[in-house]
Design a binder for this molecule. Structure first.
Ligand SMILES: Nc1ncnc2c1ncn2[C@@H]1O[C@H](COP(=O)(O)OP(=O)(O)OP(=O)(O)O)[C@@H](O)[C@H]1O
Length: 676
């Protein structure tokens, strides 16, 4: 046993200073690189220079981001009793010895996983607390001391409650064991995470990407990674997390962005969108695309020089049948057909004693008669025009929907006033997904290496398919909460969703510990659960914050705006961000009331700053977002804003679960009965 350290904090600060100096030296080394001798040409030099610039950027020492946040001391018997500092990036000294280890490295894993039950050879785990950029505190767990009492980390609590300004931040310092398991699960498997509000699904998904990029950098650099979120404001909210972890190459998109083949200007009735989003539409489209193939009835005659070569109809038909039977895209088959025909011609030439070479084969494939035959047998299909016809031409739809869609369902998807052209059509979001499916039937959509799909519960089967084809040869992280499904087609079961995604073997994990919402607030919101998602467990909040919930009643509807504004004024008395959530229909009135009171406010997605902390959030955009304090205006209006009660209650559940530190509910109308 070594003697107790008289001033541990000073020693840790010294290590921080030394690590910073080492990082500076690493940066200076890169800056001093002279590439004149090693680059053969100008292009090489430009590429190398860019890489060097990126490396310099990656080695920046951000004053407000702690360089390390943890320390592991191994037992003397393992890792030679080594001590590792865990941080956001790897730092080494002049001799190449590590000063800080990347949180994603295998030796860092016990920082997240080791417990008294399974210490994983760790003797001491130390967590560091920072104020600004200064190391100001630490917390120790002696994992080999059975007598030491199990306590919840105060630093974790402080980290969660640290007031929010600006976009979402990373959680590397405090990833929990069950979260870490998902973060570090392998690249080849798809993981689906079911978790109630604030259980860290989004955080886990983003950290998993960072981990996978570390562990499989080259492969993913080649194939690409993508994070899919429900809307722009959500993507803006999360966009800083990966760059803060040093990952700058991950793309972000909504599902609508992925399928933007046409301009979306129209909307569908719920019943129509449900049918258009149903997986049976995929089969309707498949049939419709393949219906363009017309089996040949005439022989094909190819003239070359003085000779004529004849391919009989039955032989052409065989080629067509063979191409149709294979899992090959319509467009690829269309390209293969002329080559098949040319091959048949060449066989005949050989039989006639000619010795054609490869150039002849290509020439025959490009022969006008062959081209004309292919055009007649296998004409090009324009995906948007095909969908336009399906939705306009009742007979065409009926022919391909036979046995799949009922008459009523067919009626539901048909346009009452068919548009004249693809350009003039008022395409809906669901139509764009149909066009994406048709596009993929014609030409295979390239697959990425890994896709994170957040708020997945809201996708239709056809949307799952659209996402699935973008990771058909890669893997996915699917994140969602069945209780927060608010679309008419929201999924009721992950098994079904994963089937549509094309990943039926995905592992489904559940997160149950709630980090965002205080206990009192989650208990209040969970009263809705039995009425909208029976069977789903209530989130267990890790945080007790008495006094975090307040319900205020206005004397009458005329007083509601004033009460809501007053609640915002009170909330602004606290530090951090304030979200004022109101039913979409109430937003204009609430906005006017704020303006009249001289209170500036932001829209979701606009970054909160110390000077501007209040955001007015329509209930329909609240999903995935969070604020230190939330004022919820008129819950009954939030419920009434949806087409049915269950969706209304789910929307309310989302709105009630956005607060980190406090929720004030303001109402004039009676509260929904399920809440009281
Ligand atoms: N291990 C953790 N340490 C610190 N903070 C955490 C941890 N896990 C989650 N959080 C925080 O809890 C909050 C909620 O996390 P997140 O938004 O990822 O939850 P979610 O499950 O996606 O929620 P929702 O279902 O509402 O979208 C965030 O502020 C996140 O940073």
């Amino acid at each position: 046993m070594s003697a107790p350290d008289p001033d541990p904090l000073a020693r840790e600060r010294a290590h921080l200073a030394a690590s910073r100096a080492a990082l500076r030296a690493m940066r200076e080394d890169v800056q001093a690189l002279d590439i004149r001798d090693v680059t053969a040409n100008w292009v090489n030099a430009v590429v190398l220079e860019r890489q060097i610039e990126e490396r310099i950027k990656a080695l920046a020492d951000l004053a407000h981001t702690p360089l390390f946040f943890g320390r592991l001391d191994y037992r003397p018997t393992t890792q030679q009793g080594q001590r590792f500092y865990i941080g956001r990036r790897h730092v080494h000294d002049a001799a190449g010895d590590p000063m800080v280890i990347d949180w994603r490295a295998p030796v860092s894993q016990p920082f997240y996983q080791a417990s008294r039950k399974n210490p994983q050879d760790v003797r001491l785990r130390r967590r560091f607390g920072y104020t600004g950029g200064d190391l100001t505190a630490y917390e120790d767990e002696h994992l080999d001391d059975p007598a030491e009492a199990e306590t919840t980390s105060k630093l974790l609590q402080a980290e969660i409650e640290r007031p929010r300004v600006g976009p979402m931040r990373d959680i590397v310092a405090t990833i929990q064991p069950e979260q870490d398991e998902i973060v570090r699960s392998g690249l080849t498997g798809t993981v689906c995470v079911q978790g109630g509000p604030g259980t860290g699904k989004t955080a886990v998904g983003l950290h998993r990407v960072a981990y996978l990029l570390y562990a499989h950098r080259e492969r993913l650099a080649r194939t690409g990674t993508l994070v899919i979120g429900p809307n722009r404001s959500f993507l803006q909210y999360i966009e800083q997390v990966l760059p803060a972890l040093g990952e700058l190459e991950v793309k972000q998109a909504t599902v609508d962005d992925l399928v933007a083949h046409v301009e979306v200007r129209g909307t569908d009735e719920a019943a129509t969108a449900v049918v258009k989003g149903d997986a049976r539409m995929a089969e309707v489209l498949r049939r419709a695309v393949r219906s363009h193939v017309t089996p040949p009835t005439e022989p094909l005659v190819v003239v070359r020089g003085s000779r004529r070569w004849r391919i009989p109809a039955y032989e052409l038909e065989e080629m067509v049948r063979e191409l149709l039977d294979r899992d090959i895209r319509y467009g690829a088959a269309r390209e293969a057909l002329p080559q098949r025909i040319a091959h048949a011609v060449l066989v005949r030439m050989e039989q006639a004693g000619e010795a054609p070479d490869d150039r002849v084969q290509d020439a025959v494939a490009r022969n006008a008669a062959v081209k004309a035959a292919v055009k007649a047998i296998w004409p090009p299909v324009d995906p948007a025009k095909l969908v336009l016809r399906l939705l306009s031409d009742a007979a065409f739809l009926a022919a391909h929907a036979e046995g799949l869609l009922s008459e009523d369902e067919q009626k539901a998807v048909l346009w009452t006033k068919p548009p004249r052209s693809v350009k003039s059509a008022r395409w809906s979001a669901a139509d764009a997904v149909l066009i994406d499916e048709a596009t993929d039937l014609v030409a295979r959509t390239p697959s990425l290496g890994h896709v994170v799909l957040d708020e997945a519960q809201d996708l239709s089967p056809m949307q799952y398919r659209a996402v699935g084809r973008r990771c058909s040869t890669g893997s996915a992280t699917v994140l969602g909460d069945l209780a927060q499904g608010t679309t008419p087609w929201a999924t009721e079961s992950w098994a079904e969703a994963l089937r549509h995604l094309g990943k039926p073997d995905a592992l489904v994990e559940e997160l149950t510990a709630g980090f965002r919402v205080p206990r009192e607030v989650i208990a209040y919101a969970s009263r809705l659960l039995p009425h909208m998602s029976p069977g789903l467990a209530q989130v267990k909040s890790v945080r007790e914050s008495p006094g975090s919930l307040e319900v205020r009643r206005a004397a009458g509807p005329g007083d509601l705006d004033a009460h809501t504004v007053a609640a915002c004024v009170d909330a602004l008395g606290n530090e951090g961000s304030i979200g004022l959530i109101a039913a979409d229909a109430r937003v204009p009135a609430v906005a006017d009331a704020l303006t009249a009171a001289g209170m500036p406010y932001l829209s979701p997605g606009e970054e909160t700053t110390a000077a501007s902390r209040l955001t007015l959030v329509p209930a329909s955009l609240a999903k995935g977002l969070e604020y230190d304090y939330v004022v919820l205006d008129e819950p009954a209006a939030v419920v009434d804003g949806e087409p049915d009660e269950r969706t209304g209650l789910r929307r309310l559940y989302v709105a009630l679960t956005r607060a980190v530190s406090g929720l004030t509910v303001v109402h004039a109308a009676p509260l929904p009965a399920q809440l009281t």
